[in-house]
Design a protein around this ligand. Structure first.
Ligand SMILES: NC(=O)c1ccc[n+]([C@@H]2O[C@H](COP(=O)([O-])OP(=O)(O)OC[C@H]3O[C@@H](n4cnc5c(N)ncnc54)[C@H](OP(=O)(O)O)[C@@H]3O)[C@@H](O)[C@H]2O)c1
Length: 339
């Protein structure tokens, strides 16, 4: 037993009303509904994070009707740790509920040394998914993604690997992440021709990063592909947490790998302040408004949040209590974002 697991939790029994607490949206032209809010394990599920809290986060998420859990081969730290921890929690708490869950993983970033542990070859994708399945103790993942485009591997090979993985029964559906509109259109055509249509695209999308509005969302709609918006809160910047300084337990302060303190400038905070004032008028937190703002577009199937605390999970799911915006609110948000 891990030293961080010295106080076992009572046996897990999911909340009976979990499916009344969440709303679900159809993922593109497929048979799959996803919860409006999904949970990602990029941060807070490494070997340096408290295992007991990880378990509590996953239990709380499932109790709130979150059925979709997003992983990748390199989530940690160290790389691979999130899948190992998720696997342990699956075996302790979620085994009876596997058929109620959509579990995803990905490969595409540097994973192991040498020429076969990175990018988009058939060799890398298939070996990586095999490792992910072993780590998580699963027979299959529901969605397997190519994590980022690879300019040096023929798209036919990468998409062929995704098709092969589905035919092998190792994934039920496939997705792509960080692909541009043009790359997505090409990938989608190849996958359709092989009989394994792309289920979902995972782009970064938030009020502060709107590149998907310049063509990608149109391609997704045309191709019948769903979407899952990652870093919807800009790693915590689109909340009120940095308005009074840098809290000790915040991502920017604790973990400077991807969110650097010097990126949170006074100009950025001025925007966040303006958005926070509108959120307050709407009687919701800024995190909730940032989530609702993404979900106003029906092409966004689900919003993929990360959380370090159970309270954040509840706060985020409460966004569903007020999803609609007035024209005036949307106009004022645009004015702030354009500044
Ligand atoms: N496909 C890709 O290339 C890619 C890349 C990045 C991420 N992702 C996926 O997207 C998921 C989410 O990314 P992310 O973690 O950057 O998402 P995010 O939701 O933008 O940021 C999560 C962070 O925001 C803070 N937070 C969340 N809810 C809050 C609330 N209600 N109030 C105050 N603070 C709150 C927490 O930060 P504190 O730690 O400061 O409390 C939390 O760790 C990842 O886990 C991963 O699955 C995919």
């Amino acid at each position: 037993m891990d030293i961080r697991d010295h106080e076992p939790l009572p046996m897990y029994k999911p909340a009976n009303d979990r499916y009344q607490r969440m709303q679900y949206r159809r993922c593109g032209k497929s048979g799959i509904d996803l919860p409006l809010i999904s949970l990602g394990l990029w941060h807070n599920f490494g070997h340096t994070d408290d295992f007991r809290i990880q378990r509590q986060l996953l239990r709380q998420a499932f109790d709130l009707g979150i059925t979709h859990f997003d992983l990748a081969n390199n989530y940690g730290p160290p790389y691979g740790a999130a899948e190992e921890n998720f696997g342990r929690i699956m075996s302790k708490d979620f085994k009876p509920y596997r058929d109620e869950m959509i579990i995803s993983s990905k490969a595409g970033w540097d994973m192991w040394p040498g020429p076969y542990g990175n990018f988009g070859s058939r060799k890398y994708l298939i070996a990586s998914l095999d490792k992910s399945l072993r780590s998580m103790g699963l027979d299959y993942v529901d969605i397997f993604y190519h994590h980022r485009p690879d300019p040096d591997t023929p798209l036919e090979e990468t998409m062929g690997a995704l098709d092969q993985i589905v035919r092998q029964g190792k994934a039920l559906y496939v997705g792509i992440s960080q692909y541009s509109a043009e790359e997505t259109a090409k990938a989608s055509k190849l996958l359709k021709a092989m009989g394994t249509p792309c289920l979902i695209h995972q782009p970064r999308y938030s009020m502060l990063d709107r590149w998907v509005e310049n063509g990608l969302l149109d391609v997704l709609e045309k191709e019948g592909i769903g979407s899952i918006a990652f870093s919807p809160l800009e790693q915590g910047v689109l909340t009120n947490k940095y308005l009074g300084g840098f809290p000790e337990d915040s991502r920017a302060k604790k973990d400077g790998r991807y969110l650097k303190m010097d990126a949170i400038t006074p100009e950025l905070l001025q925007k966040v302040e303006g958005l926070n004032a509108i959120a307050q008028e709407r009687r919701q937190s800024l995190a909730q408004m940032a989530i609702a703002w993404l979900l106003k577009d029906p092409r966004i199937t689900t919003v993929l949040v990360g959380v370090s605390k159970v309270s954040q999970l509840k706060d985020n799911v409460d966004a569903l209590n007020k999803l609609e915006f007035t024209k005036d609110e949307l106009k004022r948000i645009e004015e702030i974002l354009k500044k």
